[in-house]
Write a protein of this length. Sequence first.
Length: 298
Amino acid sequence: MVNHKYLEKAEVLIEALPYIQRFNRKIVVVKYGGSAMVDEELKENVIKDVVLLKLVGFKPIIVHGGGKEISRWVGKVGMEPRFINGLRVTDEATMEVAEMVLGKVNKELVTFVQSLGIKAVGISGKDGGLLQVEKKCPDGQDIGFVGEITRVNPKILFDLLEKDFLPIVCPVGLDENFRTYNINADDAACKIAEAVKAEKLAFLTDIEGVYRDPSDPESLISELHVQEAQSLIDNGNVGGGMIPKLKNCIDAIREGVNRVHILDGRIPHSILLEIFTNKGIGTAILREDEEKYYHEDE
């Protein structure tokens, strides 16, 4: 008699099959940040998930942040991290530290991916003119060398994907005078996903997803059409850090990305659970003409 647990494993693989078929050879952008970058076990799980995506025929691109690590190093060298409305004030000295730290994080991720047998290349937005920016002045405030993306040239990413590399991008860019700017990693992931016409964009965050009522943990929404997401913002149902994230998701969908996933990176293998299972675990935001396909049996 076949052991029941082995049959369960087979069922999991069969459940994943239609998703593997549907997204084979499609580009998936993963924005990697939050606790999943700090906790070693979570970090290992995320990278293994992305490697598995690559091995089953997806074309993943990782865009990573490094905010917590930057703050740690800014403190290490005796500087005080400063924020205005949640945005890091980045003077010349802080920019220098940020670029060094992001470069270190980038190459650690490259090393980890390659240790799992996949060829990876780490680049920044400077390489190949990937990310061109202008100075970002939120509400007219000068927050230093923080960039707003004005143009994405995805050629270097297409070249790397074509040669079977996994690109890992750190969010640093140049303005038209070749000055270096730090870029919000969520913004960079969105703009890159739009430029490469990604099938999916997945945000790894420290929240479970989008709630219809933030005070009710039972009100997690598994799927939202773009207009529903916009209504949540307009009606004040979401607040705080979720608003810019949702706006980024909406913009990405409207610029050609098919699905955007907001995932809890603290849950082991959240990427695989969301992409390869019928139930999913986070919130998927999709185009108006896209059919919802999670929670079919509920």
